[in-house]
Design a binder for this molecule. Structure first.
Ligand code: ZN
Ligand code: ZN
Length: 353
């Protein structure tokens, strides 16, 4: 059962609020819903490993900073990955080379996060990959998309055991959600060892990076390859920036209309765990699933889908945001896997009808 199905049909008492509001205001208004299911199912996850020496050691290693430092067989030179801070209209596909589209993509940077996973669970199924990492604390990197409900002003007591060595109560911001792929963060063991990094947009400005912590995980429906991470942060900058970006996207969407007959599939991710990059490509195929559903307020009709696209991806792009902008329909899904050099597949997402 896919999330949006639950949203529309199986939680009659739940109010539909914003989720993927950057793409389709109503469709993407479900972060409150995800927050609820994560809270219901993952409240008891405890970070037993927090503060241990082994994780402190890994934290000190940091992540790779620039793509130019990395030799890559799949994408030599990484020429199709635009550093987030370098984006101009020139980089966009024909018909989209307009400052309004540049502004829209920039407004989506804030909620794309880097995930550093510092443990690989022995419980993951074989087809999930990373077999050589199993049982080790060798770090892996990937991407995700954060959703901070516009209505959420929560400050909750810090749930992290041992966070404050002198035992004083203190408060954190959240909880909020990060959506990623299950083959990156598979279970509670891996979620407990995952760090979320915001705003790593400029490899030369690591001081801008802000951190959040994962305190729970909810897996998506079977076959969806989705994991939803419940997160908190001690850093007020994160909710400030996410709310600002959400408001900006809402404003931009009012005046944004895809050129007739044109489309693009935009990926925002952290290839190889480096600073944020943007890549562009075309839709190859869109696979729709299940019935068309109407949001509770009746304003939007949606259908579950997966996307097949040519947009370049690399190691670490998994979980990054993939957005289809097409005249007449828009869709969002996390990037899942490469099928070939110029063919990628998303995890489950949603398309407007
Ligand atoms: Zn690469
Ligand atoms: Zn704390």
């Amino acid at each position: 059962m896919i999330l949006v199905g639950l949203l529309v049909t199986d939680l009659p008492s739940m109010r539909c609020t914003s989720w993927f509001s950057e793409v389709i205001p109503i469709l993407f208004n479900i972060s409150a819903y995800i927050r609820e299911i994560v809270m219901q199912t993952a409240q008891n996850i405890v970070r037993k490993d927090r503060g241990s020496q082994q994780f402190s050691d890994i934290l000190a290693t940091g992540s790779p900073r620039t793509l130019s430092d990395i030799e890559c067989v799949k994408n030599p030179g990484h020429t199709h990955f635009i550093p987030a801070t370098s984006l101009t209209a020139y980089h966009l596909p024909q018909h989209f080379q307009d400052e309004r589209w540049v502004a829209m993509i920039r407004a989506r940077l804030a909620d794309t996060v880097k995930l550093m996973v510092r443990y690989t669970s022995p419980h993951r199924q074989n087809q999930r990959g990373y077999e050589e990492y199993i049982g080790t604390i060798r770090p892996r990197w990937g991407s995700g998309t954060a959703f901070w409900p516009e209505t959420c002003t929560n400050q909750i007591e810090c749930p992290l055991p041992g966070c404050n060595t002198n035992g004083e109560r203190h408060f954190v911001y959240g909880p909020f959600q990060v959506v990623t792929v299950a083959h990156l963060v598979f279970d509670e063991n891996e979620a407990n060892a995952t760090r979320v990094e915001f705003f790593d947009d400029d490899p030369h400005c690591p001081e801008f990076v802000r951190q959040a912590e994962v305190i729970g995980i909810k897996q998506g429906p079977p076959g969806s390859n989705i994991s939803i991470l419940k997160c908190i942060t001690h850093d007020s900058k994160i909710p400030e920036e996410l709310k600002k970006a959400n408001r900006h996207r809402t404003e931009l969407l009012k005046g944004l209309c895809e050129p007739e007959g044109a489309s693009m599939v935009v990926m925002i991710s952290h290839p190889h765990g480096t600073s944020k990059c943007i890549s562009f490509g075309n839709l190859i195929q869109l696979f729709e699933k299940g019935p068309v559903k109407t949001t509770r307020d009746g304003k939007m009709r949606l259908r579950e889908c997966t996307l097949n696209y040519s947009t370049p991806s690399c190691v670490g792009s998994g979980g990054g945001s993939v957005t289809l902008w097409q005249s007449g329909r828009r869709a969002f899904a996390p990037h899942s896997k490469a099928l070939g050099l110029d063919s990628n597949m998303s995890a489950f997402g949603w398309v407007s009808k």
